[in-house]
Design a binder for this molecule. Structure first.
Ligand code: MIG
Length: 803
């Protein structure tokens, strides 16, 4: 009997023997007896691109994921040929191509296996779709671990999981769900202390099997397009992630206010409610920088309109909020209401900007406004038009941030909750169906939005956030994890997902704090805030129909605890901003999972509760109700308890106390942590002194501090300040060297040091090799604080006995 799969497909096809190969610059192209082409491009000494064609013809080489400014870097290589293999050797790796079957093996220079093809490249013709399903199988070395893959809501280590990437609106999603809002076909693997990454740059629905079907086999395949992937060598996870992020790009720095606290709900209206909300934050001195308006601000859910009954004068409202230190962020969806009297609809219709079905008519679907058509954001002309639509909203009304939702794209009441596969897309001149464009639709909407918000915010920096995204989409937008639930499991998920997004190039992310669906208890809300202050994007949002989720909705205790944590976030803004700068410049994730922090420590492979915020703060959220503490794992090294300066030596698990008002926070020894005074909103006050908390270490540690004007683009002209502090501690001496870079002059005059864990009493101080009196530094012996002129190069503090 013939099964339906056999009817639909021909079964697996293979390349066969290599017949010839050829060079061209940094590429080598192989052709086989079965008319397969493989082109290997050496992008850098640690990055190889593999591209396969099945009919002897490559497609037009086009990718939305890659950053056009990506640098190729050092890529010298050698080729050797012997009867069985052709070997490509760079200064870091060897890639062997088997002549008999085109299988690939990649080794380090010590001939240690990094990864080898199992079946290798193969494909299957799909008759229904009229194209290939392209497949790759590789062997997995014993004990291999897998990390990454976007927002996947499952265990942090992906070993043993099977997942597919197809952007999907999943209201109140659950753990282990296969498809969610984003598609980031990139993972990092780690075995025998060697890390490497695979970035499968294919926007069709893709699938990954991390040793589930077979315990020593990894598979990835896509339902169309080319087998086109990048191999990225580590050997550190950090190398893999930063290389991937430099391939696919990073965003510009956001305005600092976007790193403040955001308050949202579906929806705040009318204007009087918004004003009350704003007033309440200030009255309670609960810091807040942004208020989000959800779909009800619009007129009948028509994008780029206002409901004039609720918001009679948006410009005035936005200006009044701004005066109190609040930025207004509003939502914009892709669905455009079919309404002949609606200007935006008419414009798109007249210019043929809407997506069409394969046989001609427009793609029609129901979303909030009712029946809608959808702009084809994969068309550059459409993106330009869409960007221009922000002229009024951002340029004139003064809205400071745009929130893009429903761009998976989501369609209501249809099977699959999205467009049918036949819908046509421009794909920047590479005309295709929705099969190929689906996963990048949201990213291209976010891109068009970013272009518009940038244009009309300039010379200020834009803020944009999107729900759906694809690899590389971090260049255009922040993101959040979508419609979660007010449950303890979802607090755990938020923690895992945001760490995962950070390993997937998308550091500017966060969750709906407190949960979107249902209502959190005060305890859950508090614990979630305690986690959320360490997420690069920090917003409370809820569906609004299960009760209130403003921080004062849970009584006095919750209000006062959560306020302290939000204040802590505001105090740590210079530290977070510095981590953001490192992300922008070097692709370093803002949150570092423990395995990223110390991959030589096997204990970290399956740990995901704890993470490092920036470079030196260890955080472990409380993820269970009614507990007074928990066991947590401390990575190797010494850690100061943030609350009482007790020192813990890591490499082990310990119990930590965590009553509701104290969530576990630890500081790496030797760290110098910058701190602002608490403020109600960013730039409320002029900073007169920057606090530096100095955590003593018997040894060395380097800390950095990035500063600029907090908004605008002067920093790109050199008006930034990047300081490197080199701390060196001995039993009776501390030396701090400061290295300064950049032309930005900070407003404050001096630094306020606070020493933690000092093992000796400071009796003598030297600034730039001159002895100064402790009085002149305002040294407070009990508090261990002192004032230091900010421009020093070298500080030395010793006990009297020393000299
Ligand atoms: O169908 O705009 O994830 O944050 O509040 C729901 C209303 C549409 C889903 C988003 C959510 C937002 C909601 N939206």
């Amino acid at each position: 009997m013939i099964t339906s799969t056999e009817l639909e497909t021909k079964g697996n096809l293979f390349p066969g023997e290599v017949k010839a190969f050829d060079f061209d610059g940094d590429s080598i192209t192989f052709s086989t007896e079965n008319n397969v082409l493989l082109r290997i491009t050496v992008l850098r000494d640690s990055i190889l691109r593999f591209r396969y064609a099945t009919d002897g013809i490559f497609e037009n080489d086009f990718s939305y994921a890659l950053d056009k400014d990506t640098m190729h870097g050092f890529n010298k290589f050698q080729i050797e040929e012997d009867p069985s293999f052709i070997t490509i050797t760079t200064s870091k790796i060897k890639c062997k191509v088997a002549i008999s079957n085109l299988k690939i093996g990649i080794f380090d220079l010590q001939d240690q296996v990094i990864v080898e093809d199992e079946l290798g490249f193969h494909w299957e013709e799909n008759f229904e779709f009229g194209g290939n399903f392209v497949k790759m199988n590789k062997t997995s070395v014993e004990g291999e671990n897998f990390f990454g893959l976007g927002d996947t809501p499952t265990n942090f280590n992906l070993k043993g999981r099977k997942l597919s990437l197809w952007n999907k609106d999943q209201f109140a999603f659950n753990k282990d769900l296969e498809e969610l809002y984003k598609a980031v076909p990139f993972y990092t693997a780690l075995h025998t202390n060697i890390a490497y990454g695979i970035f499968f740059d294919n926007s069709f629905k893709s699938h990954f099997d991390f040793c589930q079907d077979k315990r020593n086999e990894v598979k990835f395949w896509a339902e169309g397009g080319e087998m086109n992937y990048y191999f990225i060598y580590g050997p550190k996870i950090a190398d893999v992630v930063t290389s991937y992020t430099s391939l696919t790009g990073t965003p510009d720095l956001p305005p600092m206010w976007a790193l403040g606290y955001h308050q949202s709900k579906w929806s705040y209206f009318p204007e009087s409610k918004v004003n009350e909300l704003a007033a309440k934050f200030r009255e309670l001195e609960f810091p807040c920088d942004a208020i989000h308006l959800d779909i009800d601000y619009m007129d009948g859910f028509r994008c780029f309109t206002w409901n004039k009954k609720y918001f009679p004068n948006p410009k005035l409202m936005v200006a009044n909020l701004e005066e109190k230190g609040f930025k207004t962020v509003v939502i914009i969806d892709p669905g455009i209401k079919i309404d002949a009297d609606y200007k935006i609809f008419k414009e798109a219709l007249d210019n043929d900007y809407f997506c069409r079905r394969a046989d001609g008519p427009f793609m029609r679907g129901k979303v909030w406004p009712g029946e809608c058509y959808f702009p084809d954001f994969t068309n550059p002309k459409v993106r330009e038009w869409w960007a221009g639509l922000y002229k009024e909203l951002v340029g004139e009304v003064g809205v400071k941030g745009i929130w893009n939702d429903m761009n998976e794209p989501a369609v209501m009441e249809v099977p699959g909750k999205t467009f049918p596969r036949d819908v046509r897309h421009d794909y920047d001149g590479n005309d295709c169906s929705h099969r190929k464009a689906h996963n990048i639709y949201g990213m291209q909407m976010a891109r068009a939005t970013y272009d518009g918000v940038l244009k009309y915010s300039f010379p200020k920096r834009p803020f944009t956030i999107t729900r759906a995204n694809f690899a590389g989409g971090q260049r255009f937008s922040a993101t959040w994890t979508g419609d979660n639930i007010a449950s303890w499991e979802h607090l755990w998920l938020a923690n895992t997902q945001v760490q995962r997004l950070c390993l997937s190039g998308m550091s500017f992310s966060g969750s709906d704090i407190g949960g979107f669906a249902e209502q959190p208890s005060g305890e859950l809300f508090t614990r979630w805030i305690q986690l959320g202050i360490f997420h690069p994007f920090c917003r409370v949002h809820s569906s609004g129909d299960h009760g209130n989720q403003e921080p004062w909705s849970f009584g006095e205790e919750v209000l006062s605890i959560t306020r302290e944590y939000i204040k802590l976030r505001y105090q740590l803004l210079p530290y977070l901003y510095t981590a953001f700068h490192q992300y922008v410049e070097e692709g370093i994730p803002i949150l570092k999972p423990l395995v990223y922090f110390d991959q030589e420590d096997v204990h970290t492979y399956y740990r995901s509760d704890e993470f490092i915020f920036g470079n030196q703060i260890l955080v472990c959220p409380i993820q269970d109700p009614h507990v007074q503490g928990r066991r947590m794992y401390f990575p190797r090294g010494k850690w100061y308890n943030f609350w009482n300066d007790e020192v813990v030596t890591g490499g082990k698990e310990f119990w930590v106390d965590a009553p509701l008002e104290k969530s576990p926070i630890f500081i790496k020894e030797g760290a110098i942590i910058p701190r602002f005074p608490a403020q109600n909103y960013v730039d409320e006050i002029e900073i007169e002194a920057l606090f530096l908390d100095i955590y003593y270490k018997n040894g060395n540690e380097t800390s950095i501090l990035y500063e600029d004007a907090h908004d605008g683009y002067d920093y790109k002209k050199g008006r930034y300040s990047l300081k490197t502090f080199k701390f060196r501690g001995k039993p009776e001496e501390i030396i701090i060297q400061q290295h300064k870079d950049g032309k930005f002059l900070t407003s404050y005059k001096h630094l306020e040091f606070r020493f933690h864990g000092l093992p000796f009493e400071i009796e003598k101080a030297y600034v730039d090799n001159e002895e100064v009196s402790l009085e002149s530094l305002d040294y407070n012996r009990t508090e261990k604080t002192m004032k230091i002129p900010k421009m020093f190069d070298l500080l030395q503090f010793t006990s009297a006995e020393k000299l």
